[in-house]
Design a protein around this ligand. Structure first.
Ligand code: F6R
Length: 614
């Protein structure tokens, strides 16, 4: 969702800010803006609807001088996406400018109060209310900006990551956060700010993740002061970023999504590194080793997640139940948080989130924490809110995922859930030693098998073009591949805008079969496993109604292959690991259909990479 960049130091700020905005484009946005304190002392705010490139065109002939500034990409929440509602927002006097991620929930009464004080508003945003309120406090109390920000934030309900600049003090940048992440990069007498680390990475690897309800003041001399809302000094922890610039560039691929699909073999190896030990035939997860008693005592697992991460959770349910016999429930975080669920201190709640910032998942785990459950996070973004809010967890270690449609994070989430299931099963001895060893060996071979599937790339590209005519798709899968049917359908919807639905194969005859005619593409996920014969019958039912069959089958299959219009073969594996293979051709199918339809695959319309609002 919205993106934040800030800079103070000896260099020209504008090129740094604009480059930072480009780095944040993957998060999804509809307008962009920049504020600079120019060399002549003016505070200039430039904004434009659309892409960062539109903003660049807009400021072509403007004064963009200055060594302090803030910039923002906005994903509309309060007020339509237009130039007026774009950030930064000025205060009434024009002396202050603010950028903001998050939502100020009590903005309406605050706005009324400010209007009663004679303040006027240009935009419909909650953000403009906040900067007016900060300025009001500053003037009323005669205090400095740092104090005014603290006092204002004490009266704010909601979530925020903000950065403020003040024309009358061009040597100081102020930032604060609650609920929305903010990263401060430390250079030589200079500071960079980002809503995540991607805008900072090419300048510094020394970062501070600002804590909840902390306010930071950075000066041109290189001083950094961090306090909480009660004005108590905080000691910020300086961390070293593990990302490289190559992690956030396309590396020769036309899109991040394709790059990330191709990164999966290495990504999964990284996720398994140090955790899957094929020599000793063991699975070692530090989270489980460090909290062994608490995790082994769990009488139930509840998985909370959204979207693709929820699909990973569903596969997690199948494998955890199969291997450990612990009952597992998989919840949409947004439903769980509001439906007064039964949670006890015997529950292990696993929160899955690529970004680690999804507002609904954060709220769900907060609820579970209040009821005494033990919280385990599976996240990708290091230092994000969910890992900090959980008792323990496992990072995916796959580098940044920039394409909005999640690909490598999904397979890494599934892999991590498999490792968790295997580690618990071993400890509880719910599976035989022989089967455990077989699982270890087979999991190790999955990255290489994915590499082989990626060789299908050209075939997928060629055949996907045929389906640009389709207005609907059906995806069918059974058992471990039912969640893959859901995920395959979601991938197609997100980036091609073709309507698609996933079903458990046997459900087809309870309704969806009515949709099948000669125009309907039906993707059948049918790797060889115990229920193969049942899927074969489903395929025959589709064929009898002239549906177009696209199948994902195991090498050596003949029966479904013969019935298919197009088939993609994958190497064989143990049933529970098939989702890690079957999803790969589906990711490629979505990608190539979207490309053939001319879609913006990395930034599909209306979507955001990090859903920080509910
Ligand atoms: C789909 C997709 C979304 C996310 C969902 C949860 O490709 O990316 O459905 O999976 O918004 O996001 P995280 O995993 O960051 O909590």
């Amino acid at each position: 969702m919205c993106g934040i960049v800030g800079y103070i130091g000896p260099r020209e700020a504008c090129p740094i800010l604009l480059k930072g905005l480009h780095r944040l484009e993957y998060r999804g946005y509809d307008s962009a803006g920049v504020a600079l304190i120019n060399n002549n002392g003016n505070l200039s705010v430039y904004k434009s609807k659309g892409k960062v490139a539109d903003l660049e065109n807009h400021i072509n002939d403007k004064d963009i001088s200055g060594t302090i500034g803030v910039a923002h990409t906005r994903w509309a929440t309060h007020g339509e996406p237009n130039t007026t509602n774009a950030h930064p927002h000025y205060s009434q006097s024009g002396d202050l400018a603010l950028i903001h991620n998050g939502i100020i929930e009590n903005y309406k009464p605050l706005k009324q109060e400010m209007m009663n004080q004679g303040r006027t508003f240009q935009s419909e945003t909650d953000t403009e209310v906040l900067i007016q309120f900060i300025e009001y406090i500053k003037e009323e109390q005669g205090c400095d900006l740092f104090t005014a920000v603290q006092l204002a934030l004490k009266n704010v309900i909601g979530a925020y990551a903000i950065v403020v600049i003040d024309k009358s003090n061009p040597d100081r940048l102020i930032a604060a956060r609650k609920g929305s992440p903010l990263v401060i990069g430390i250079g030589e007498n200079e500071f960079y700010i980002g809503s995540d680390a991607t805008p900072l990475i090419e300048y510094t690897n020394k970062v501070i993740y600002l804590g909840e309800e902390e306010i930071a003041m950075m000066t041109r001399k290189g001083d950094l002061q961090v306090v909480n809302l009660e004005n108590v000094a905080q000691t910020p922890l300086v961390k070293t970023l593990e990302m490289n610039l190559s992690d956030i560039e396309k590396g020769g691929f036309p899109h991040y999504m394709l790059k990330e699909i191709f990164e999966q073999p290495d990504a999964l190896l990284n996720s398994m590194k140090g955790r899957l030990n094929t020599e000793e035939k063991d699975v070692l997860l530090s989270a489980i080793i460090n909290h062994r008693d608490r995790i082994m005592k769990a009488e139930r697992v509840i998985i909370c997640a959204c979207g693709t991460s929820w699909h990973a959770g569903l596969i997690g349910k199948y494998i955890i139940e199969e291997l450990t016999r612990i009952p597992v429930e998989v919840e949409y975080s947004s439903e769980f948080r509001y439906r007064n669920p039964v949670i006890t201190d015997k529950d292990l709640v696993i929160a899955i989130s690529q970004s680690g910032e999804t507002a609904d998942t954060l709220a769900a785990i907060q609820l579970a924490k209040d009821k005494g459950a033990f919280l385990y996070g599976i996240c990708n973004v290091v230092g994000s809110s969910i890992p900090r809010a959980t008792d323990t967890g496992s990072y995916l270690h796959i580098g940044p995922e920039i394409g909005v449609a999640s690909t490598k994070a999904f397979t890494a989430q599934v892999t991590t859930l498999m490792l968790i299931a295997m580690a618990i099963a071993k400890e509880k001895q719910t599976i035989s030693k022989e089967y455990f060893h077989q699982l270890v060996d087979e999991l190790q071979s999955i990255p290489e098998k994915i590499r082989r599937i990626l060789e299908l790339n050209d075939k997928v590209a060629k055949y996907s073009k045929i389906f640009t005519y389709a207005r609907n798709f059906i995806y069918l899968g059974r058992g471990y591949n039912y969640p893959i049917a859901l995920e395959g359908a979601l991938k197609l919807k997100e980036i091609s805008y073709i309507h698609a639905e996933g079903y458990p194969s046997a459900e087809m005859k309870h309704g969806p079969i009515a949709l099948i005619d000669e125009e309907m593409p039906v993707v059948v996920i049918a790797p060889a496993h115990s229920k193969y014969e049942k899927i074969l019958s489903n395929v025959q039912e589709i064929k009898a109604r002239k549906g177009k069959i696209i199948s994902i089958i195991t090498e050596g299959d003949t029966a479904i292959k013969e019935l298919s219009d197009i088939y993609f073969e994958i190497p064989s594996t143990i049933d529970c690991f098939t989702p890690l293979l079957t999803i790969v051709p589906l990711q490629l199918i979505s990608y190539y259909i979207a490309i053939a339809k001319g879609r913006d695959v990395d930034q599909p319309r209306n979507l955001a990479k990090s859903v920080t609002v509910e």
